[in-house]
Design a protein around this ligand. Sequence first.
Ligand code: MLT
Length: 395
Amino acid sequence: MKINSNYLNLEESYLFSTIARKIEEYQKENKDAKIIRLGIGDVTLPLAEEVIKSLHKAVDDMADKSTFKGYGPEQGYGFLRDAVRDYYGSYGAKLESTEIFISDGAKSDLANILDIFHIDNRVLVPNPVYPVYLDTNIMLGRNVTFIDANMENGFLPLPDESIPADIIYLCSPNNPTGAVYTREALQKWVNYALKCNAVILFDSAYESYIVDKDLPRSIYEIEGAKSCAIEFNSLSKTAGFTGTRLGYTIVPHSLVFEGVSLNKLWLRRQTTKFNGVPYVIQKAAEAVFTEEGQREIRANIEYYRENARIIAETLDSLGVWYTGGKNSPYIWLKAFDGMTSWEFFDYLLREANIVGTPGAGFGANGEGFFRLTAFGNRENTIEAMERLKRLRNRA
Ligand code: MLT
């Protein structure tokens, strides 16, 4: 037996596992430290009331012979696919229900989608980037080309015609930088993908944080995107489903490569390797898309957006450079005094008991930067910013 030795080319542990271990070690040695976690993008508010009601009702359905459900359709129940279709339609992205595949989250789908692409494809990944895009390609032994995101381009790189690509990863609002592509910029990416016959894997997991009406929330708001892009979305950050697990992937029927429909390939893949998301979770998700559900989740999103505003305001007052925080729950800042990302991580943990995510964990271009999330609770966010101010003024 031989192992998949591509795994040996990965960093020893996944970024957020490394951070969790470091926090645990620090806490063990500093039992009284009141650590504030603004590191991993995990939500802190409970599920909305409508969602909980629907979840309870679905549990009751499972207890009754006449409403009990066994295996469901692998690609998701019609009621939820229709709800997602209508949600996209509400801001101008026209989809068919059969283009929508329900899953247990964007992370798994972003990894699993690689099953339907040839190993020889050239992959283009922005740097810095959500580690899953890169690691899943390394696991398969693919070579990856990076495209630079940096302060000069506002961490929003545009296509470079001289670099050929077959698979392009984009995330907007971006994780980790919080930067958001404009319609014009996304149009450039779509035109480039169409020209080089590439597919764009568009991660829109943070679209619900966009409040600026001019910014696109889905790539399907861009002309030509339905012929070159797959979109991945999730209820994790939109409706607090990080522990409940539900995402959806959109594979338009018009995505045809070498005469083959990607929608058909993905359906074949999912029906073979996946048995669908539990009925009760899909019922909980359905409630997110009702009028009342939308009203309730909006209130939670606004709560996190206010946290982001508080963080951004603090950085403004300290004269610290950052992106994000306005149409995104992430704030990407420059580490103080030329520290490396991990030096800054240790410094903040030790001196202020604040945890963030070192930018270098997202790629070489993240070196010297640091990510804070707005997903903490209000009290902790305010307290963390007070500590940051005290630290800065002491220096
Ligand atoms: C993050 O902190 O980047 C996210 O929580 C990662 C994820 O959604 O998997």
